[in-house]
Design a protein around this ligand. Structure first.
Ligand code: GDP
Ligand code: MG
Length: 256
């Protein structure tokens, strides 16, 4: 790097990592364990919890949406069931976007990494404006992780489906996105490579042409980024994840 490039990398070294993924994909666990991993290397790490339905967290949040509302509060206050209350929580979060975004800005100045743990259900994040608006507010300094849980990967079709979800997130949020396979401890080593090879041979079944075309789009996108496999239990892949965060945030590095 030239001195100028180095300086511009350094100046942009503010890392807001927003973690997306289907319910149960390991967002909260990864934020906790990867945050601890970075702290052990003397990085300072801040945490933002946007999930009003979570019971307990494996990290101490610097901002916790539950200080404003919890799922149980909303159910009682508005006489709603859990699903209605989750949707209502997104309206309440939308009102908080300004506040959360200025908190994020402050945290970004004080900490090396800021992790944003999103609501359990991916649908809430994707189909409502709250998180979209929030991400817009720090887009230039943010990066998204899309977690694909290994235990959802059984058939070649599952790989195409989860990659399409990642693509949807990429389209919905204008922010660099890295797909991460989580719970890698549940898979044997070459399983994903075998699935990929099977996808390349064609999936068969109804609408084979359409699925093949989608798979090839996903494949083109995927080729731009090597697959990162992590486990929050064994910490496998944490070094790769850390490297890719550096690469993405250093604007002089190749993003994908
Ligand atoms: P979230 O809904 O995406 O926030 O998912 P959670 O972090 O709450 O995790 C859902 C479940 O997956 C929990 O039971 C976790 O213990 C489990 N889990 C999370 N990460 C891993 C992992 O790396 N390996 C395994 N085997 N289980 C995990
Ligand atoms: Mg969670």
């Amino acid at each position: 790097l030239s001195a100028g490039e180095f300086l511009s990398c350094w100046c942009l070294w503010v890392v807001i990592v927003v973690v997306f993924g289907p319910a149960g994909s390991g967002k909260t666990t990864l934020v906790g364990e990867f945050g601890r991993y970075l702290s052990e290397q003397e990085f300072s790490v801040a945490y933002v919890n946007l999930d009003c339905a979570v019971e307990s967290l494996p990290y101490r949040p610097n901002f916790d949406v539950r200080n404003y509302f919890t799922l149980v509060d909303i159910m009682r206050r508005f006489g709603l069931g859990p699903n209605g209350a989750l949707v209502k929580s997104m309206e309440l979060l939308l009102d908080l976007v300004g506040e959360v975004s200025s908190k994020l800005e402050k945290l970004g100045l004080l900490y090396d990494y800021v992790f944003v743990d999103t609501p359990g259900q991916l649908e809430l994040t994707l189909f409502h404006d709250a998180v979209v608006k929030l991400v817009e507010s720090f887009a230039r300094r943010g990066l998204a992780l899309f977690l694909t849980p290994a235990d959802m990967l059984k058939r070649p079709r599952d790989l195409v489906f989860l990659n399409l979800m990642a693509l949807a997130v990429r389209v919905r949020f204008e922010i660099p996105l890295v797909t991460v396979l989580t719970k890698a401890d549940l898979l044997d080593r070459e399983f994903v490579e075998r699935l990929r090879a099977r996808v390349a041979q064609g999936l068969g079944g109804l609408e084979e042409d359409l699925v093949a075309e989608l798979a090839s789009i996903v494949d083109r996108l995927e080729k731009k980024q090597r697959l990162i496999k992590v486990s929050a239990i064994t910490r496998e892949g944490f070094d790769d994840l850390q490297t890719i965060l550096h690469e993405v945030f250093c604007t002089c590095g190749e993003l994908t």
